[in-house]
Design a protein around this ligand. Sequence first.
Ligand code: ADP
Length: 413
Amino acid sequence: MKILVLNCGSSSIKYQFIDTEIAITLAKGMVERIGMAGAVLSHTPHGKEKIRIVGEILDHTIALEYVIAVLMSPNHGVIKEKEEIDAVGHRVVHGGETFSGSVLITNEVMRAIKENIELAPLHNPPNIKGIEATMKHLPETPQVAVFDTAFHSRMPSYAYHYGLPRTLYKRHKIRKYGFHGTSHRFVSQRAAFMTGYEIEDLKIITAHLGNGASMAAIKNGISIDTTMGFTPLEGLLMGTRTGDMDPSVILYIMGKEGLSLGEANTLMNKHSGLLGISGESSDMREIEEQIAEGNKRAKEAFDVFTYRIKKYIGAYAAAMGGLDVLVFTGGIGENSVNVRKAVCDNMEFLGIELDANRNENANEETELSSSASRVKILKIPTNEELVIALDTEKIVNEISRSEPPEDGTVAFN
Ligand code: ADP
């Protein structure tokens, strides 16, 4: 099946066109600066050079028109007509408590995604724009929503409740939701495959370390806890986000510095984390370069980053009553030899022993643990687009075999 995977942001659309039968991305690209001067579409067909098209792209509907046109273009395209797009899979950030798996998009589902806008005011609206644009250009093509939150939807209530009055949970749905679920799901399933065990028999910690970073405790295939919370701000230190912090700190700063709600939000999300502590960069590669040049603030940022990961490994091993597999993924998890080394240092008491040689020479999917290590340490490149494509295929196959249920929900975890 040929599936167009869309990840729509406020001013961008990332896409991959995947042939699930041969598991190949036929083309991928991105439209940037939607609604701004000098919007750009960059497009890379499989095995060919990247091309760039600059144009006036006022909204997501026009952006998608460009994407479909370039997919069909005689020189850079990979299909002849748009009917060759069998289905469209969308990354949708917030499924709230409504969605515990991927679903076929129906009017009912759209209403529910819209109801969750309050929980993700920056993310769900552009996701909705992408779905509506697809409805305009490909009205006959089935669309599927794959939620970042869904994999964490079976967390026990003692893991997701905050210590706030219950009315706030009832009135405003304030609780931990967790994000990066598609990635945590993918790498935990790959981890089970790589170790040769059933996922139902494993206790896995997955560390998705990118600009945004989160960890999950996955016991018997179920995410029982995760570091991100009501929003992606909680948990690990990130490129520009604070992660865990005494909530009183922000009230104190707002008072002292006279910050508005919006300014406080920007401070915690955009000016903090690695960038805030180092004063240099939000990018781990640059942090490591600075450390090599003797920059102490960069080293401090690196230490805060790795220390938190270490702490959560201990916490999640306790939460699961043991640990079998530790997975590193995301740009930093997949590429930073130093971060993996610092995280695994002195963790023998938990059965975690990194093999220095394997760590330094890791490419693609690899085991990094020493032969003495009780815990398997794995590097697994994440592939959220493939998960979205496979979920989409599964749901479309399901509905073509039977009539869709009234509300359109066909859940896959
Ligand atoms: P996003 O969350 O935006 O998808 P990525 O998963 O692409 O982010 O991760 C980006 C992060 O990965 C950046 O901090 C980048 O510096 C880091 N990274 C990529 N390659 C390396 C490397 N070789 N060494 C250290 N960090 C790296």
